[in-house]
Ligand binder design. Structure first.
Ligand code: SAM
Length: 156
């Protein structure tokens, strides 16, 4: 079970993954899994013509989460979330939730110190400290196509 919510890891800025991915999704409905506390990404998306729904277990209301999960997305994005989940099963459950929509999913992760040794960061937030490529074998259990390009993992 996930012990740390990592709710405080949410930053009030446009996520670099959002900046890289959303310009390719103009006109589409996108579900942002673990989308954080702030609406910065949503406002950026609206400016591009992307309808972004945010699901965040610890930073959004039950109502907003319910609405987001029911949004019938064309695409899913999940940025800097898998790396803050302190429990392996909870992380896999989130991958399974993304895969259950059967739409293209884009994952980005903060790599921390890249040591592979997980624990609290200097700021006191839990970090998995895996390199992006370390997530690929697990994602392959949930998606039939998994391609890692730079810092973005594209799954389908
Ligand atoms: C580092 S923040 C990233 C926020 C946003 N994706 C961004 O990049 O701006 C991680 C977020 O994941 C959320 N989170 C942690 N565990 C989660 C879970 N099991 N399901 C959904 N969201 C979760 C936290 O509440 C937090 O807002």
């Amino acid at each position: 079970m996930q012990q740390m919510t990592s709710a405080a890891t949410s930053l009030n800025q446009v996520n670099p993954g959002i900046k890289a991915i959303l310009p390719h999704l103009v006109g589409l409905t996108v579900l942002d899994i673990g989308g954080g506390k702030y609406d910065t990404n949503k406002i950026y998306a609206a400016g591009l013509g992307v309808k972004l729904f945010i699901y965040d277990k610890y930073n959004r209301s039950d109502d907003e989460n319910r609405q987001a999960l029911a949004c019938d997305p064309d695409t899913i994005v999940c940025n800097n979330v898998l790396n803050v989940i302190d429990d392996g099963q909870a992380m896999r459950n989130l991958m399974a939730l993304c895969a259950s929509y059967q739409v293209p999913c884009y994952f980005t992760m903060y790599e921390g110190n890249k040591s592979g040794i997980s624990g609290p960061s200097k700021k006191g937030c839990w970090q998995r400290n895996w390199k992006v490529a370390d997530y690929v074998p697990i994602l392959k259990k949930y998606f039939s196509h998994v391609v890692c390009k730079g810092h973005i993992i594209h799954c389908q």
